[in-house]
Ligand binder design. Structure first.
Ligand SMILES: C[S@@+](CC[C@H](N)C(=O)[O-])C[C@H]1O[C@@H](n2cnc3c(N)ncnc32)[C@H](O)[C@@H]1O
Length: 397
């Protein structure tokens, strides 16, 4: 659309105005804020229209980039965005659990769309490397991979490491996964695959069946079969999407271990996006006890390495704070100068008192040299309208 505007020296000039529309499922205030911020990171000249559901931008020449990168937009100048299409490669009923995101019912997953928007907001380019020191079920790793961004993910839980690897690596061995289907699903044939990635795929299907059995009382064998086939369909979806959108996937490295003890090169990382464990609120060991035991873990032993699970009462809280300070120090150390670190964290109620965890993080991070760029409230309503309040904290080194 062409519009005429009057410039300060009274000349009339023609500028072209491009319209962008939000995806239909955007409903929370924090999502609108993130949408605006991600757009601003590409082009600062924008106007909000139609009760916040539409934006207008002036004189833009990177339309293609916007179409491929944006997270919260359905259309860019009349064309559908890549993310609008990607979300349709979905074997579940949940809009955001597309491609392999849905694999394993892990509690406390990031919202994938939020991660894509944050990658845009902190201006991570294709080929650069991000770190998630608490990678959990691998949401950040997969979203980075889709944008051609390399990532390093760390987790102390072997279950999380397996899930994250399967979500991001299965696409590379899809033919082998299919080839050995009869062996893993029906015990036909003598040997399974020698490829670790194929073994991991079926291992995670097994872990999902353990979870279905212990949480929902379902039959193990039929769950295993059902989960494996649905996982396979998702990996096939991923392959189709990769072809259709000519995606050049980022490289992913998932490391098993205690982040406090893992060595990463100083100033080697272009961005950090993470949500720390908050086991006072959510006990990751108890939560996945069935699967961790099936992987051969002694639950009492691993508790010592999981941040937030050690100790009881006030002691547990103090240990958590000490452990996390070491992680923040490490995050500061590995990040390149001028780059950004995003921490998503919720306040918790401990012995009847609400603790302002977010402010504690800000205080410590500023002490070690980070500059606070943004503290955004992320309020969502879950099942039975229970309010959950978290903060998105953006720091710059
Ligand atoms: C909030 S979850 C991360 C969830 C993740 N953002 C996602 O989308 O699935 C925190 C993770 O920290 C991990 N964790 C706890 N202690 C750790 C440690 N010492 N080193 C590395 N990871 C640890 C837990 O296993 C858990 O997966």
């Amino acid at each position: 659309m062409e519009k005429t505007i009057t410039t300060t020296n009274k000349n009339k000039v023609a500028v072209s105005v491009k319209k962008l529309k939000l995806l239909d499922n955007i409903q929370f205030i924090y999502e609108l804020s993130l949408a605006r911020l991600e757009l601003q990171s590409f082009n600062p000249e924008l106007k909000v229209m139609n009760d916040f559901r539409e934006f207008e931008i002036l004189n833009l020449n990177n339309l293609e980039e916007l179409k491929t990168r944006l997270a919260y937009f359905k259309t860019v100048n009349g064309d559908y965005s890549d993310y609008y299409y990607l979300q349709k490669f979905n074997q579940t009923k949940s809009v955001n659990q597309f491609l392999t995101h849905w694999i394993y019912p892990y509690k406390g997953k990031f919202h994938p769309q939020m991660i894509r928007a944050l990658l845009n907001i902190i201006k991570i380019k294709r080929g650069e490397t991000i770190l998630d020191p608490f990678v959990g079920s691998g949401t950040a790793a997969l979203e980075a991979q889709l944008l051609g961004i390399n990532s390093i993910g760390i987790d102390i839980s072997l279950l999380c490491v397996l899930i994250s690897k399967v979500k991001t690596e299965s696409i590379d061995v899809i033919d082998e996964i299919i080839k050995y289907k009869d062996f893993y699903l029906h015990r036909k044939g003598k040997n399974g695959s020698e490829d670790k990635r194929v073994q991991n795929f079926y291992k995670v299907a097994e872990m999902m069946a353990h979870s279905d059995t212990s949480r929902r009382g379902q039959n193990f064998e039929s769950s295993y079969l059902h989960d494996s086939l649905k996982m396979l369909a998702s990996v096939e979806d991923y392959e189709k999407a990769k072809k259709q959108f000519k995606l050049k996937l980022g490289k992913t490295e998932i490391i098993h271990g205690d982040v406090r003890k893992i060595h990463l090169k100083e100033e080697s990382i272009d961005g950090i996006i993470t949500s720390p464990p908050y086991s006072i609120a959510l006990n990751y060991v108890a939560n996945d006890a069935h699967s961790l035991q099936a992987l051969g873990y002694n639950l009492d032993q691993i508790k010592e390495d999981f941040i937030g699970v050690r100790g009881t009462g006030l002691d547990r809280f103090k240990l958590y704070e000490e452990d996390m300070k070491k992680v923040y120090d490490k995050m500061f150390n590995v990040l390149k100068k001028g780059k950004y670190c995003v921490i998503i964290i919720g306040n918790v109620t401990f012995q009847g008192q609400e603790i302002d965890t977010a402010q504690n993080v800000i205080n410590y991070c500023e002490k070690i040299g980070f500059k606070t760029i943004k503290k955004m409230e992320k309020i969502i309503y879950g099942l039975y309208n229970v309010m959950q309040k978290e903060y998105i904290l953006i720091f710059q080194k």
